[in-house]
Design a protein. Structure first.
Length: 110
């Protein structure tokens, strides 16, 4: 029991003085540990960036679907206004003097 207490006390003392890894003889594996840490850090960073991109893609999909609906509505409105009788009726309702052309437009050549 005394041996275990001495080991724990020496380990705590080594941790406080920064010699714990040296006592465990892990100093020769330090570059490997550092490389592993950097790989894990890179994987976490990449995962966060991918997640951010996927959230942006979802938002853009919603905006795109709204824009498709808006486009379809405007297309219907333009098609409705494109009828000659509708245009003539709207002009008369607004009191415009513009009417349908009586003859085709003249082409000006240089």
């Amino acid at each position: 029991m005394r041996k275990v207490i001495d080991i724990i006390k020496n380990s705590v003392w080594a941790i406080l003085h920064g010699e714990f890894l040296l006592r465990l003889r892990i100093d020769k594996f330090f570059p490997h540990i550092l490389w592993t840490f950097l790989l894990f850090w890179g994987m976490i960073l990449t995962s966060m960036m991918v997640q951010k991109t996927l959230v942006q893609v979802e938002k853009n999909k919603d905006v795109l679907s709204e824009m498709k609906i808006y486009h379809a509505q405007k297309t219907v409105q333009i098609a409705r206004l494109g009828r000659l009788s509708t245009v003539e009726q709207l002009l008369e309702e607004n009191g415009s003097e513009v009417t349908l052309p009586e003859k085709p437009a003249d082409v000006i050549r240089k």
